[in-house]
Design a protein around this ligand. Sequence first.
Ligand SMILES: Nc1ncnc2c1ncn2[C@@H]1O[C@H](COP(=O)(O)OP(=O)(O)OP(=O)(O)O)[C@@H](O)[C@H]1O
Length: 311
Amino acid sequence: MNHPSGPETGPAIEICDLKKEYGKGRGVFDVSFAVERGETFGFLGPNGAGKTVTMRTLMGFIRPDEGDARINGLDCFRNRARIQERLGYLPGEIACMDEMTGAAFLEFMARMKKLRDRTRMNELVEYFELDPARRIRKMSKGTKQKVGLVCAFMASPDIILLDEPTSGLDPLMQSRFIDLVLQEKRRGATILLSSHLFEEVERTCDRVAFIRAGRLVGSMRMDDVRKSRKRVFVITFADAATRDRYARAHVDASPQPQGAASVEVTVAGNFDAFVKDLAAYDIVDLTAHEQTLEELFMHLYGTMEKGGSHE
Ligand SMILES: Nc1ncnc2c1ncn2[C@@H]1O[C@H](COP(=O)(O)OP(=O)(O)OP(=O)(O)O)[C@@H](O)[C@H]1O
């Protein structure tokens, strides 16, 4: 296993008051968070929120205007060569080396990482059912993503940064990716994963932070997210009279204008009482959707208006 040099105490990843401004309010502003050793940390946010800028700062590709980014206590910009060699990194877009075949690119990356044993690399190629013989230019987005994933994981690094890791992957490969992250967690790797998909974050992360318009809205333990998330049910009754009887007994239920005899109810946690109570009414349909993570963060920290992306 590779060990990025530097002190092995304190958080593996630390961002403190990070600011990188691109004008017109774009960029990241006052972002601070830390990822503990062995932790999988989800970095969620809509397009243009600042996830990639933060990841690239951690890789030492971007010099912050203010604040700092540290990995194993080392400043990411000053120690970028060492960091880039030792960390596992999946960029948001894999656009370089287009004329190389996937196999030649993987070999090139393995040499850069001074990888002596190709066993893990070959296992990952098989695991993701990657055909590395084609030129990268001719590969689909999903196939390129697999090349990137093999590169990120092949040296079994202690710290792995993944920028939107499942974009372009089909559902089977998304689920293989999730299993791989769970394996790497068991190995003790520290993982920072940026995403706008709640499911992959929910299934893999111990903690999640939400970023929006370049600012961190808040962070939470995943266990607390699960407890705090509400479900919104739309109940359709057999007729309007039944709906009215339900609405009189439940002041929180809001009648739906479009559904003739429907109401919308938000339920947090107490599903047993909710379902038992419903049994007293004649119901023809029941649908549920989970509060999105964005809705949850906005509800808990709700200081910003809807929208918020600068893209
Ligand atoms: N080199 C640059 N020049 C100008 N603006 C930039 C540059 N890099 C990033 N930005 C801007 O900074 C903001 C944050 O971008 P970033 O790529 O980090 O978003 P993101 O959260 O990764 O979004 P996505 O999910 O779309 O990848 C955006 O408004 C973007 O346009």
